[in-house]
Design a protein around this ligand. Structure first.
Ligand SMILES: CC(=O)N[C@H]1[C@@H](OP(=O)(O)OP(=O)(O)OC[C@H]2O[C@@H](n3ccc(=O)[nH]c3=O)[C@H](O)[C@@H]2O)O[C@H](CO)[C@@H](O)[C@@H]1O
Length: 355
């Protein structure tokens, strides 16, 4: 039997693409194992599929000062030892990594144990975790054509990002029952990335009465970011994080306000959902969401509002502009040539196994 180890975690964006590969891997009768951190979001997201989950110690590679910066190198070293032991024990044919800090020791241990290791970068420029992993990887998949030239030529493969196919099969009526929203007004879905986004949450919540005059809102606000004072407002529902019902919520949605995380925007494109992107600012990150958002804007898929420019006026006018022009956005997305990433990546996995 062919055995694969999947890894990746920290935020959902480093896990959902792995989930998207599961149905095909199961069809091809892979014995699938997952290595993630002891308590990261990946544990909960993966265990629901009954995949054996192996936790390892993991540190975060911070760009800012924290006392943990001094203890984390030891955790990463411990994680490397644990990953190596697991790989020796499981003896996989191939490893697929979707990135995030926890994946670094797994990829490095993979190389040490001579297991072919394929990694995937969703963003325009490789993140720190993947930069550390590239030398140990046999192939590096990427999502944007612009990324290929930043990667070693013998390893780079433009694959796009695997999207959970069930997202395309949502049911509006189920979403109505789940949310209690009415058919009378259009629905805005707000997704602040897998961890939520305080800036977007605040902007939306402080303009609720205005927005709710014409729209209803489904707000995916992130862990610990619910606002109980808004629980009984008609036309507004909030959830920390949605798993199975996401497909139905998408089916009920007319327009989306979202962070510009690479996976989120690829899903919006696949679903042809007109969207207003509010990218994570360059102060809080390496600025990839801004590049993602501008690329989608150029292609006519998205309207973009930078976080620094959010006011009540700009938010409301952007929502109205997006809704008024929604057909135009849908048409542009319908014409895009989005790659079938799942098949391409499965082919890479299969050829690594058969080599
Ligand atoms: C703050 C941060 O570091 N963000 C990065 C992180 O974002 P993040 O982890 O938020 O990643 P994405 O926006 O790319 O993906 C989020 C995923 O979570 C899913 N989802 C979200 C909310 C919910 O309730 N249910 C649910 O299933 C979305 O459908 C999507 O599949 O990784 C991305 C991919 O490397 C980067 O582009 C982002 O810049």
């Amino acid at each position: 039997m062919k055995r694969i180890i999947l890894t990746g975690g920290g935020t959902a964006g480093h896990v959902t693409p792995n989930i998207a590969l599961l149905p095909r891997l199961k069809e091809l009768q892979y014995d699938i194992h997952y290595i993630g951190s002891y308590n990261g979001i990946e544990k909960e997201l993966i265990e629901q599929f009954g995949i054996p989950y192996h936790g390892i110690s993991s540190g975060k590679l911070r760009r800012y000062f924290s006392l943990q910066n001094f203890t984390d190198p030891f955790r990463v070293l411990k994680g490397f030892g644990e990953a190596k032991r697991l790989i020796k024990l499981l003896n996989p044919d191939v490893i697929f990594s979707k990135g995030g800090f926890v994946s670094v020791p797994v990829v490095m241990a993979g190389k040490k144990c001579k297991v072919p290791t394929i990694i995937h970068e969703s963003d325009m420029t490789p993140g720190l975790a993947n930069k550390l992993s590239i030398p140990s990887a046999t192939k590096v998949c990427c999502n944007f054509p612009e990324t290929v030239k930043l990667l070693p030529a013998d390893k780079a493969v433009l694959t796009g990002s695997p999207i959970r196919q069930e997202l395309l099969e949502g049911d509006k009526e189920k979403a109505r029952l789940f949310t209690g929203l009415s058919p009378d007004k259009p629905v805005i879905l707000i997704i602040g990335g897998s961890l939520g986004a305080a800036a977007i949450n605040d902007a939306v919540r402080s303009n609720l009465p205005e927005i709710l005059k014409e729209f209803q809102i489904i707000h995916l606000c992130g862990r610990g970011k619910l606002d109980p004072t808004l629980n009984n407002i008609s036309g507004y529902v909030q959830y920390e994080y949605i798993k199975d019902e996401l497909k139905d919520l998408f089916a009920l949605t007319d327009i989306v306000i979202s962070r510009a995380g690479a996976n989120a925007i690829c899903e919006l494109l696949a679903l042809h959902k007109p969207n207003l992107l509010i990218p994570l600012s360059a102060n809080a990150s390496r600025g990839d969401q801004i590049l993602n958002a501008r690329s989608f804007e150029r292609q006519g898929f998205s309207l973009v509002l930078e976080e620094e420019n959010i006011t009540s006026e700009t938010l409301l006018s952007s929502i109205h502009e997006l809704y008024a022009n929604r057909r135009q956005y849908v048409d542009a997305m319908a014409k895009s040539h989005q790659q079938n990433s799942i098949d391409t990546i499965i082919d890479l996995i299969e050829s690594a196994v058969n080599e």
